[in-house]
Design a protein around this ligand. Structure first.
Ligand code: GLU
Length: 542
């Protein structure tokens, strides 16, 4: 029996050969230096903030080198799949402007010349590559049962040996074709293992684009390449897919660093160029005294859906991620105030090789700044969109009073130092609710100098909607002495015992009466928007 016939028996019904597949996927015709990279999530429907960071970085490199960013779905672990898991990932990423040049476009569909991009649709391809190895005596069937493997593992733990199938533990590594066929005829189950050519005493060096030179012992573990269900393992799929999809840069989370000896060994065995690896450190979080990785289980901010629920602008999240991605970004931003973060050129050598601390306060600050630069109408639209999903009551009001709401949001906006009180679309309501009678329900804290007489006199005899700001203020000043307030702060400061307060205190009385708050943006604008009759109503209520 030839090796080829043997491979046909071990993996029957494979349509094409490795060579045929290589023929099918031609080299890409891209400019020199173009980076072809990918995001390769499992279709769990969940995008982790770390995944967002990696995909954002990958997207950026592909774009700035006129390369390609593709989406590959790694659904080898069929147990972890969720319904519409792929679409949810695509949607989530799209909401952060992360889009793909090719790859999966839905649960089953894809676009691009290097597909399919969903691994469960690529079974024949992986098997063709596995057969190639079997024919060259670089892979073999392994008949060990789960129990046997478990026993080996326990034994290794006991004597503190490395865990895995290697050396004397690789029981079927040298099985002959005849022995294997006999077992198969007896109905024994098997998987396919790679026959590692490595020696643990030798060193292998990998140059990581972020971490620099990494040195490991060679891999000598006979990893599984095809499982009992005929599907490939992650390691094997990485080789086959990234080779056939002509990926030049593997940008991924650093949990895969320890797999590098296996990965480069697979590439070397096939005689393929290794891709450039760039391993991104995880985002960390302070947890009491310790610092740990942001965790899907413990931290709500690990899910990108969190940022939508909180109404944090996606651009603010991306700007924050950019500060994490490249240490020189903030300086660049300082010097390029008129440019978008998208104009910044990212580089590998400025990506930190140690995990950045996730800093929510910093993100909120970025968000505040970002919102302060938005046009009132844009902020209105975003808030409306947010409220339509998360706050129906506010949504109704925003929709009903569109122009009014835009004017409210425009207070202290197009000025030299715009208001920075709005943290997110979810906190817009908190900042402007007093401008809506339907939401105006203040609990006033009363102070000695609050004067009913002043308020009544003001609304009946002083306030005039047609006054400009200066006239409006002068009139308040003029009114002050009548009620024991100093027209000028200076006068008050010189002799506080002679007054109830200054013009600033008089304004506070008006402010608190009409808004229920001690602090608000520009009072003149607020009064103008409320209009005389609503001011009067509020004064009466007060
Ligand atoms: N499916 C793997 C993951 O979700 C991909 C790792 C890689 O990018 O190679 O972590």
């Amino acid at each position: 029996m030839t090796k080829k016939e043997y491979a046909d028996i071990l993996l029957p019904g494979v349509e094409h050969t490795k060579e045929e597949y290589e023929e099918m996927y031609k080299d890409r015709n891209l400019p020199e230096g173009a980076i072809v990279t990918r995001f390769a999530p499992s279709p769990t429907g969940f995008v982790h903030i770390g995944g967002l960071l990696s995909s954002f970085i990958a997207r950026k490199f592909a774009k700035q080198t006129n390369g390609v960013m593709l989406l590959r779905i790694e659904d080898t672990d069929q147990k972890r799949l969720v319904e519409n898991g792929v679409s949810k990932i695509i949607e989530d990423l799209k909401s952060f402007d992360i889009t793909f040049d090719e790859g999966a476009t839905g649960e089953e569909d894809y676009s691009g010349n290097y597909g399919p991009y969903v691994q469960s649709q690529r079974k024949d391809i992986y098997q063709a590559f596995a057969k190639y190895l079997i024919e060259r005596d670089l892979a073999y069937p392994c008949f060990m049962s789960e129990e046997e493997l478990e026993e080996i593992r326990k034994g290794q733990e006991e004597i503190k040996a490395r865990i895995g199938v290697y050396g004397k533990y690789a029981k079927y590594r040298d099985i002959t074709m005849e022995e294997a066929l006999e077992k198969i005829n007896n109905g024994e189950k098997y998987i396919i293992r790679f026959k590692s050519p490595g020696n643990f005493d030798n060193k292998v060096v990998v140059e990581d684009a972020i971490r620099g030179k990494l040195e490991f012992p060679e891999n000598d573990i006979d990893i599984v390449i095809i499982k009992g269900d005929g599907l490939q393992t992650y390691h094997f799929a990485h080789l086959v897919d990234d080779h056939l999809m002509k990926v030049t840069h593997v940008i991924r989370g650093d949990e895969w660093v320890s797999s590098l000896p296996t990965h480069v060994q697979l590439f070397d065995t096939f005689g393929y160029n290794r891709p450039t690896y760039a391993h991104i450190s995880p985002l960390m979080k302070k947890d009491g005294e310790t610092v740990r990785k942001i965790s899907k289980r413990k931290d709500p901010e690990s899910a990108v859906s969190f940022y939508h629920e909180q109404g944090i602008p996606t651009d603010a999240v991306m700007i924050y991620l950019m500060t994490i991605a490249n240490s020189n970004f903030e300086e660049w931003q300082e010097n390029n105030k008129d440019k978008s973060y998208l104009d910044f050129e990212i580089s590998f050598d400025k990506i930190s090789s140690s995990g950045a601390l996730f800093d929510m306060d910093k993100l909120i600050n970025i968000s505040k700044n970002y919102i302060s630069t938005m046009k009132a109408e844009d902020l209105y639209n975003k808030t409306l969109e947010y409220a339509s999903e998360f706050d129906k009551e506010f949504y109704e009001l925003l929709a009903k009073y569109k122009d009014y709401s835009i004017s409210v949001l425009n207070i202290e906006r197009e000025v030299e130092r715009p208001r920075k009180d709005i943290e997110s679309y979810s906190t817009v309501r908190r900042e402007i609710d007093y401008m809506y009678d339907e939401l105006f329900n203040p609990t006033y804290e009363k102070k000695d100098f609050y004067s009913k007489e002043l308020l009544e006199y003001y609304i009946d005899n002083v306030y005039d909607e047609s006054d400009d700001k200066q006239t409006w203020f002068n009139k308040i000043k003029e009114m002050c002495p009548k009620f024991g307030f100093a027209s000028e702060t200076k006068e008050y400061k010189a002799n506080p015992e002679n007054y109830k307060g200054s013009v600033a205190h008089a304004c506070e009385v008006i402010r608190v009466a009409v808004t229920g708050r001690v602090q608000t943006p520009d009072l003149y604008e607020i009064l103008k928007l409320l209009g005389k009759s609503r001011i009067k109503e509020r004064i009466e209520k007060f």
